[in-house]
Design a protein around this ligand. Structure first.
Ligand SMILES: [Zn+2]
Length: 211
């Protein structure tokens, strides 16, 4: 099986690649997923061996735990391509944000994608719990509380409350990461870029927020 053309890597030895170049690469992989033309690149023993001494991923993806949205599949890439941080509805705290910082600053990925998705169950749980004025069981309450700002931002909007909250959570997470003390200077220097993305369960398409 032919492997798709892959642009130069972003790591220390192979020279820089722009955030826009990585975005195009992700878009091409997602088009293959949408069109049912997956090539499953970078899944060979040779690839494993080539990366054994060090990783050199293209992008950091901060996304939801949902089993239907595995980043390596929806972007049709493979081992060593993505630095992935996943939590319920990409809820964030210091430990999580440290992992995201590691991907961007230590693994030198020029693009950070904050990706949520249609019909997010974690957001649905938060909306249901907060609408009812209840507490969620055990540590799910931590997830619900982490989603409260997105819930508050979206609750007065017309339309689907869960989808509006999903989109607010993307926006608020991107804003938060724009102001991260490690990421902000990288963005202002053009070495890294943080963007939001929304994944459609129905079509498989990722809609990147260009702003
Ligand atoms: Zn989700």
């Amino acid at each position: 099986m032919m492997e798709p053309a892959v642009p130069p890597r972003s790591g220390r030895e192979r020279g820089p690649i722009t955030p826009e170049g990585v975005l195009q690469w992700l878009l091409e992989g997602n088009r293959r997923w949408v069109g049912g033309q997956l090539v499953h690149p970078h899944g060979t023993v040779a690839r494993r061996a080539a990366l054994a001494a060090g990783q050199d991923p293209m992008a950091t993806v901060f996304s939801c735990i949902d089993s239907r949205v595995p980043p390596e599949i929806v972007f049709d890439c493979g081992v060593g391509d993505l630095f992935v941080v996943r939590t319920a509805a990409h809820t964030n705290d210091g430990l999580v944000q440290g992992a995201v910082e590691y991907g961007v600053d230590e693994a030198l990925t020029p693009l950070l994608v904050v990706m949520s998705h249609q019909r997010c169950g974690a957001v649905g749980l938060a909306v249901e719990t907060l609408n009812a004025g209840r507490a969620a069981p055990a540590h799910l309450e931590d997830v619900v509380e982490a989603l409260r700002p997105a819930y508050e931002a979206a609750k007065a909007l017309p339309g689907d409350q869960v989808d509006n909250t999903v989109r607010a959570q993307i926006r608020l997470t991107v804003e938060q990461l724009h102001h991260d003390s490690m990421l902000e200077p990288l963005e202002s220097q053009g070495r890294a870029r943080v963007i939001g993305a929304y994944y459609s369960l129905d079509s498989g398409a990722v809609d990147f927020h260009q702003a």
